[in-house]
Design a protein around this ligand. Structure first.
Ligand code: TRP
Length: 334
């Protein structure tokens, strides 16, 4: 609890370009959470280096992500938006938690197995202990809730296990976090393969609409979206491509699937795709404009980065000092 509110923590990597799926599924819904939670949204750049990064690109993307958070409407006065690497407590707590995590547990992590298979030339120790750094992120702020997708659920589980193990030895040091269940965002699928989630790491650029795509690119990608040969615009599992287009349309327009189906009654897929494109453009256009304005205001963004990192560090250090004391590190002498 901070100021009588529950704490919410989430992190996003600055690798790849954010997609419409990230926006409709996560960012957009984070805007209103500030009313009910004390929210921390970290740009987790320390996680990003578990895979080799070009320094200039990483720096640029990290700043763009933070700016995008603000452009999406997440108020940096009410929420704490900061770079993970600016708060040294993440690394310090991660080390301690490493000593409370078993090799066997980490070996079972499916994301590690996937990433190790994908990057056979660089299976580094950081990739292996990635979930421990994530546990440190969450536990440093005594987070009550963590909005995570299904792919991160296993990491939240291990975070809970580590926290419970620590608490069992040292008393109630950490809040045990739970998955955030609330208004869930729309789950947007790939435009090229509606069985797969729309992903910023998809190799096919036509599979995803990126938040910075211009209007013509959005129109072209929508027109190329995979549908089916049924020819009817219905909202059902048997037509996953059409269903996905309707989901995008509804998430952008605020309409329900029933309303959308009625609206497109008798239309062809071409008309549906054009309408989806225009609905997406209407949502992304103002976001892009705001992003470009913010990007130019270097002083403002720098100020946010500085003050929010200070706020984050204050809370993080409170937890860290407590942990250090519990495990027997010598007290600081002033
Ligand atoms: N691993 C998460 C992802 O790739 C990002 C992340 C890092 C995170 N630390 C976190 C998410 C803490 C939630 C809470 O999606």
């Amino acid at each position: 609890m901070i100021n009588g509110n529950k704490v919410l923590f989430s992190g996003m990597q600055a690798t790849g370009n954010l997609t419409l799926g990230n926006y409709l599924g996560a960012l957009k819904n984070w805007v209103d959470l500030a009313d009910d939670y004390e929210c921390y949204y970290s740009v987790v750049d320390m996680h990003s280096i578990t895979v080799r990064q070009d320094p200039a690109v990483l720096r640029k993307r990290a700043r763009a992500l933070l700016t995008l958070y603000i452009a999406a409407g997440i108020d940096p006065e009410k929420n704490c938006l900061y770079y993970q690497s600016h708060v040294s407590g993440h690394a310090e707590l991660a080390w301690i938690l490493n000593c409370f995590t078993y090799m066997g547990e980490l070996n079972r992590m499916t994301q590690f197995k996937d990433k190790a298979a994908k990057h056979t030339d660089n299976i580094n120790a950081g990739l292996f202990t990635y979930p421990v750094l994530m546990a440190a992120d969450i536990l440093l702020y005594q987070a009550d809730v963590v909005p995570v997708g299904i792919d991160q659920m296993q990491h939240l589980e291990i975070t809970r296990d580590i926290a419970q193990r620590f608490n069992a030895v040292y008393g109630d040091v950490f809040t045990i976090p739970e998955a955030y269940v609330g208004k869930v965002g729309a789950k947007i699928m790939s435009l090229q393969d509606p069985a797969k989630k729309m992903s910023k790491s998809d190799e096919n650029p036509n599979a995803s609409i990126y938040l910075m795509d211009d209007a013509d690119t959005i129109r072209r990608k929508c027109r190329r979206a995979v549908t089916d040969s049924e020819g009817a615009i219905l909202y059902r599992e048997e037509q996953p491509g059409v269903k996905n287009l309707l989901d995008i349309y509804c998430a952008c327009s605020g309409k329900t699937p029933q309303e959308a189906v009625r609206e497109f009654d008798g239309c062809g897929y071409g008309q549906l795709k054009d309408a989806v494109a225009e609905a997406v453009i209407a949502v992304l256009n103002p976001l892009q404009t705001r992003f470009r304005e913010l990007e130019k205001d270097k002083g403002y963004i720098d100020g946010i980065i500085r003050t929010n990192a200070e706020r984050a560090a204050y809370t993080a250090n409170k937890t860290l000092r407590k942990v250090q004391k519990k495990i027997g590190f010598p007290e600081r002498v002033r």
